[in-house]
Design a protein around this ligand. Sequence first.
Ligand SMILES: [Zn+2]
Length: 64
Amino acid sequence: MAKQQDFAEKVKKASAERGTKCPKCGAVKVPTAFINSVKTDIGSYRFNRSLIQVCKCNEKEVYA
Ligand SMILES: [Zn+2]
């Protein structure tokens, strides 16, 4: 039984490293590349690429 416990601990640790759990919805936040278009002073568009943490709380905003 000790071996099974070790395995469970490893899985737990691995999932913890992959993402943080949202305290609100309980889902693991997934790092997602989010591209934002920003209009500059000269009227052209610049694209900002940022990595955001997506969970059930904000996925609708992100994937809209
Ligand atoms: Zn959430």
